[in-house]
Write a protein that binds this ligand. Structure first.
Ligand code: PLP
Length: 424
């Protein structure tokens, strides 16, 4: 097996054989050699239909002809790096026009950096130290967001990774997504010291969890009432369901927004932005430090511009319709304990007897069963995001025929291959 031998080699140079833990699954991850559109080719020449799409970063499909020419041009005729260039202004203006709350912004190289800087800025602007995040919410891999719930509703968080000082946990409180009372308790006790609430407006990192009616409106109100900032982490949702941000679909204006993934068209990117009054505190205009050698690098900026130009032309509704097909086909299996959570064009099949609507119900899902399903689908050439708490994505490059066939194979796998051991 080619993947086994590559994984053996990888395990000698990378801890666990990978460069990001979410890429690992047992017995070893499949090594892919090529991608085009929504098709992946593994090292043995087997083809897969991709619903992970680089964990949602490659929304437009690989080697999209509307974007490729721009990429070839910038690599052949480089714009200098580490200096200012017009491309960053063009992409900044496009985002500003599409997401009005991002009056000013700063580009970074990842979503992790974007949330890290947004949090620092929120603390500096408010002069307060405490950040509130949601249980199960993911905002990257820096110290201030790898904090889990403490022992009680309004007690400080605890680091979820060794190496993060306990002291950092004392500046982070963890609320329960979709549970107003948990946030009310936190604000009642600590309201005057809270700099910001950071939240994915649709949770995508414990699988897809939609906000309950009025929950995000409540977050807007309670932050405003206490002089705290509201940060929407739209790294996943930005430009995914419409040309713009999710916040404008629901009419809520956060103080700061973070994005990444789609806006870089598959190259490393992040951005944080918001009210001018807040953003102008970033250096050199203000005192809050932020920098990056590769920030707004011309390759990503050029790709981002071409990607957004392409997204202006697509029919988002058809991507949503295709995701609906998958949901509809899997609905009859609810009784078998399969709950498909779908938000527009992204979905997670949860193996769970109960409705999945918050962190406790998500973690009660059967991860082993999910992996049986995942491996069964691999055999049939379907690649979902590899984990029960991940999200799978439909984009404009998915054809109706391919999605219909994939939905059929999902049903076949559920009906015929779920009794096998974890090694389907
Ligand atoms: C909501 C959210 N925020 C932040 C991040 C971190 O982004 P990156 O992996 O680009 O650092 C992710 C990554 O998946 C994410 O889903």
């Amino acid at each position: 097996m080619v993947s086994s031998s590559l994984f053996n080699r990888a395990s000698k140079v990378f801890p666990g054989g990978v460069n990001s833990p979410v890429r690992y699954y047992t017995p070893e991850p499949i090594y892919f050699a090529r991608a085009k559109g929504t098709k992946l080719l593994d090292e043995e020449g087997k083809e897969y239909l991709d619903f992970s799409m680089g964990f949602g970063a490659v929304f437009t499909g690989y080697a999209n002809s509307d974007i490729l020419d721009t990429q070839m041009e910038i690599f052949a005729n480089p714009v200098p790096e580490g200096v200012v260039n017009e491309k960053e202004i063009i992409l900044g203006e496009m985002i500003n026009e599409a997401v009005p709350s991002m009056e000013m912004m700063r580009f970074t190289n990842s979503g992790t950096e974007a949330t890290m800087h947004a949090i620092r800025l929120a603390r500096a602007f408010t002069g307060r130290d405490i950040i509130v995040k949601m249980n199960g919410g993911f905002h990257g891999a820096h110290d201030y967001v790898l904090i889990g719930a403490g022992s009680g509703a309004a007690t400080f968080g605890t680091p979820t990774s060794p190496g993060i000082p306990e002291e950092i946990g004392k500046t982070v409180l963890v609320g329960e997504f979709n549970h107003r009372e948990s946030l009310e308790q936190i604000f009642e006790k600590h309201g005057n010291n809270i700099a910001a609430v950071i939240v994915e407006p649709i949770m995508g990192n414990m699988g897809v969890i939609l906000p309950e009616p009025c929950f995000l409106e409540f977050l807007r109100d309670i932050t405003e009432a206490h002089g705290a900032l509201l940060i929407f982490d739209e790294v996943i949702t930005g430009f995914r369901f419409r040309y713009g941000a999710y916040q404008d679909m629901i009419g809520i204006r956060p103080d700061l927004t973070t994005m990444g993934k789609i806006i870089g068209g598959g190259l490393p990117v992040g951005v944080f932005g918001g009210r001018e009054e807040i953003m102008k505190n970033i250096s050199p205009q203000g005192k809050v430090y932020q920098s990056g050698t590769f920030s707004a690098n011309p390759y990503t900026m050029a790709t981002g511009i071409a990607t957004l130009e392409y997204l202006k032309k697509i029919d988002y509704q058809s991507t949503i319709r295709l995701a609906c097909w998958i949901e509809d086909k899997l609905k009859p299996y609810e009784d078998m304990g399969l709950k498909v959570n779908r938000a527009y064009n992204m979905f997670t099949p949860f193996f769970n007897q109960q409705r999945v609507w918050d962190y406790p119900s998500a973690v009660a899902s059967d991860s082993l069963k999910f992996m049986t399903f995942f491996r069964g689908l691999l055999k049939h050439g379907i690649y979902l995001s590899p984990g029960q708490f991940e999200t799978s994505f439909v984009g404009p490059a998915h054809s109706p025929e391919s999605v219909e066939m994939a939905a059929f194979k999902m049903v076949y796998t559920l009906e015929n291959e779920m009794n096998e051991s974890g090694n389907a």
